[in-house]
Design a protein around this ligand. Structure first.
Ligand code: GLN
Length: 488
């Protein structure tokens, strides 16, 4: 048995039956990281020593019955923009290269209280800005399915590490698609929860009205389980929603009979690769055969979503990143003669190209002369996007689209063309604008042998519906059993 092939629920089964110990699990993952990390480059910080030490202590407690939790000793990887006490949180930026957070993000408190083992911090586009993980200050993560291709982004390290079996599951963050798009590129499952379901406390902010932490896993059941751990009200996050706790695994019914699925035609038009379309059309047929009702409709406003997203996201980023000035936070230039120079040099040297581009764009759209023309208009369009989704959800239980317009592209193919890179988010950004939950699952491979993802969008706090619809297709397709990354 290859331990690292197993899902978390399979690991739990084996732990329960005493076929495995948590020490064996941790060791298997450490071996796997030692074997594959040189090819994949998914980690910014590897915590194998610490993980072993922790496992030793935990094993004792488990053996003498002090700890009985379901998740004790299960490893996890964490995107490097989620604050981890005593461990570096770099956001893959020179600005935070040596930043050690003095506190834990709320999700980390939850992970720790379940006694999960943190195997390390995962690579990302700098400050989560990007769609390929090429904008990391440290390294470029490779796609395990083809090492010449990007893993997607910005949570590319998280998705690649899960796909490469270097962690059984991982946390990512999603502002405009950064969980779903890399999940789609790497053939794994990614969920962006409803805005407000998971606390953002301790997530280094990119665009606060869009950011949300979520899960990247091998299958839908694991996805539901990880959501069980991280979801919930947090008084430290004022946008956190006070909702009754749910068990998200209870909704996995493997049945979509009578469910209404809306298919917005704008997501199958220009710019979407033919192979992706054909693949999804087959999936839609499958859902019909399973007894779901499918209807095509128009989500006309979607054509403005990308522009709206980049205005709002950059505006908020320019404000959020103001704190990195070399005094209060972040890298400080070694040489300066006055205060202004200190600011200027610290920020010029500490931030990468893409981050600077966003700060400049954001500052521009917020400037008094252009505020009404861009920022205010974008906020108005945001309301229209929300309204159109609300209207759609009066008719449909879920909305089905591709996750990304193409499969994973080559390293270097888009990194010098920001507009091209932004277009990779065309299917995902409207979900963040409207604050909705959405999941991506793999539904096949394209002719290059790269995974193709399907996105299912739900109404606010209807994670259960999309999880079940995703689960039902997963059971039918058996993608994981059929296909494996080849690291070639
Ligand atoms: N790729 C998008 C961007 O660059 C989304 C990023 C994200 O979701 N963090 O903004």
């Amino acid at each position: 048995m290859d331990i690292t092939e197993l899902t978390v629920h399979e690991l739990q089964e084996k732990l329960k039956n005493k076929e495995l110990t948590i020490t064996e699990i941790t060791k298997a993952y450490i071996d796997r990281i030692n074997e594959k990390e040189k090819d994949v480059d998914a980690f910014v910080t590897i915590l194998t020593e610490e993980a072993l030490e922790e496992t030793k202590n935990l094993q004792k407690k488990v053996d003498n019955g002090e700890i009985t939790g379901n998740f004790a000793g299960i490893p996890i990887g964490i995107k490097d923009n989620i604050c981890t006490k005593g461990i570096k949180t770099t956001c893959s930026s020179k600005m935070l290269e040596n930043f050690v957070s003095p506190y834990n993000a709320t999700v980390m408190e939850k992970i720790n209280s379940e006694n999960l083992i943190n195997l390390g911090k995962l690579n990302m586009d700098e400050f989560a800005m990007g769609g390929s993980t090429e904008y990391s200050y440290f390294k470029k993560t490779k796609n395990p399915w083809n090492l010449k291709k990007v893993p997607g982004g910005s949570s590319g390290g998280s998705a690649a590490a899960v796909a490469a079996n270097m962690v059984p599951w991982a946390l990512g963050s999603d502002t405009g698609g950064s969980i779903r798009q890399p999940a789609s590129f790497c053939g794994v499952v990614g969920l962006k929860p409803t805005y407000g379901l998971v606390s953002r406390y301790g997530l280094v902010a990119f665009a606060s009205s869009l950011d949300q932490i979520g899960s990247i896993t091998k299958d839908v059941r694991d996805c539901a389980m990880l959501l069980n751990i991280i979801a919930g009200y947090d008084e430290k996050d004022t946008t956190s929603e006070d909702m009754p706790k749910k068990d998200y695994t209870e909704c996995l019914k493997n049945d979509v009979k009578g469910l209404k699925i809306g298919v917005p035609k704008e997501f199958f038009g220009e710019g979407i690769n033919e192979e992706v379309k054909t693949r999804l059309e087959k999936i839609i047929e499958e859902y019909k055969n399973m007894g779901a009702e499918i209807e095509e409709f128009s989500l006309d406003i979607a054509q403005y979503a990308l522009a709206t997203y980049y205005i709002i996201a950059c505006a908020e980023a320019s404000s959020n990143l103001g704190r990195f000035d070399g005094i209060r936070y972040g890298y400080r230039t070694p040489e300066f003669t006055n205060l202004k120079e200190l600011y200027k040099k610290s920020r010029s040297e500490g931030f990468g190209e893409e981050v600077k581009r966003r700060i400049i764009l954001g500052t521009y759209v917020l400037s008094s002369g252009y505020y009404d023309a861009y920022y205010k208009k974008a906020q108005q369009v945001r309301t229209l996007v929300m309204n159109e989704f609300s209207k759609a959800f009066e008719k449909y239980d879920v909305i089905l689209t591709p996750t990304a317009p193409t499969g994973a592209f080559d390293i270097g193919e888009k990194s010098n063309n920001p507009l091209e890179m932004y277009l990779a988010d065309i299917c995902t950004v409207s979900v963040n604008i409207a604050g909705l939950p959405a999941i991506s699952i793999p539904v096949g491979l394209n002719s290059e042998g790269m995974p193709v993802g399907m996105q299912l969008i739900g109404n606010r706090f209807k994670e259960e519906t999309i999880l079940n619809v995703a689960y039902t297709m997963e059971q039918k397709l058996k993608f994981r059993e059929k296909y494996k990354p080849e690291f070639k």
